[in-house]
Design a protein around this ligand. Structure first.
Ligand code: ADP
Ligand code: MG
Length: 245
């Protein structure tokens, strides 16, 4: 498969004190690829996402974005955080800012855009996620699904090279899950490079190029969704799938 790599982890190890939380992680995410990460609770999925965005440091190994090592600090690190958008389970919107202000803020502060330009882009993005008519509301006035779509618009406003999603629908009421997944499916179709931690196996089957199964800090399987779901190789994956499917 001749995909141009965007995110590459080589032999990455991370500890929390004594806990060896990422073990010899090798992972390549090609440009335009959608990689779904699944695995039991505590297997290191969130930590993996956070290391890619350098919200966590690593003890050994290398991580590169577009061929360059992740910057350690300063402006380059702020730029990296903009280039790799992250969406969390909790939406993390600014409660005292409107939806529009939430989407515009970092465009002005990090990207240095003029306010009017930022607001114009924000409206475009809010339109894309179906929330243009909510631009002047505050987060608390929105449903969870709407808040998560604002969080996605906010990340996209930075024109990221890749998007990381860490269980973006896990905190949502069931009837709101699909509206968020639909935005993610659309992004995938448009060719966004995505790493998605999720328990939504329907999304994995339909939108993922690869499924990465983690257990105890290791990548145990890294295969196409078709292969993984029809013929999981490891006992850990078989056991996990039998519990969730
Ligand atoms: P997952 O997202 O797959 O549930 P995490 O990456 O959140 O797993 O956690 C992996 C392991 O690291 C767990 O055992 C968790 O308790 C531990 N862990 C996560 N964050 C921290 C932290 N900040 N300090 C210490 N241990 C942590
Ligand atoms: Mg997690």
């Amino acid at each position: 498969m001749a995909v141009d790599p965007l995110i590459e982890l080589r032999n990455v190890n991370k500890y929390y004190g004594e806990l060896h939380v990422l073990r010899d992680i090798d992972l390549t995410v090609g440009k335009g690829e959608v990689v779904v990460v699944i695995g039991p609770s505590g297997s290191g999925k969130s930590t993996l996402c956070r290391t890619i965005n350098r919200l966590e440091t690593i003890e050994s190994g290398t991580i590169t974005l577009d061929g360059r090592p992740l910057p350690a600090e300063g402006k380059a690190l702020a730029r990296l955080r903009a280039e790799v958008g992250m969406v969390f389970q909790s939406f993390n919107l600014f409660a005292h800012k409107t939806v529009l202000q939430n989407v515009s803020l970092a465009q002005v502060k990090v990207r240095g855009r003029r306010q009017e330009e930022a607001d114009r882009r924000s409206r475009e993005l809010l339109d894309r996620v179906g929330l243009l008519n909510q631009a002047d509301k505050y987060p608390a006035q929105l449903s969870g699904g709407q808040q998560q779509r604002v969080a996605i618009a906010r990340a996209l406003a930075m024109e990221p090279k890749a998007m990381l999603f860490d269980e973006p629908t896990s905190a949502l009421d069931p009837e709101m899950i699909n509206e968020v997944l639909e935005v993610m499916r659309q992004l995938a179709r448009e060719g966004m490079t995505m790493v998605v931690v999720t328990h939504e196996m329907g999304f994995a089957r339909a939108s993922a190029n690869r499924v990465v199964f983690m257990a105890d800090g290791r990548i145990v399987e890294d295969r196409s969704p078709d292969e993984f779901f029809t013929d999981p190789r490891s006992d850990r994956a078989k056991d996990f799938l039998s519990k969730i499917l």
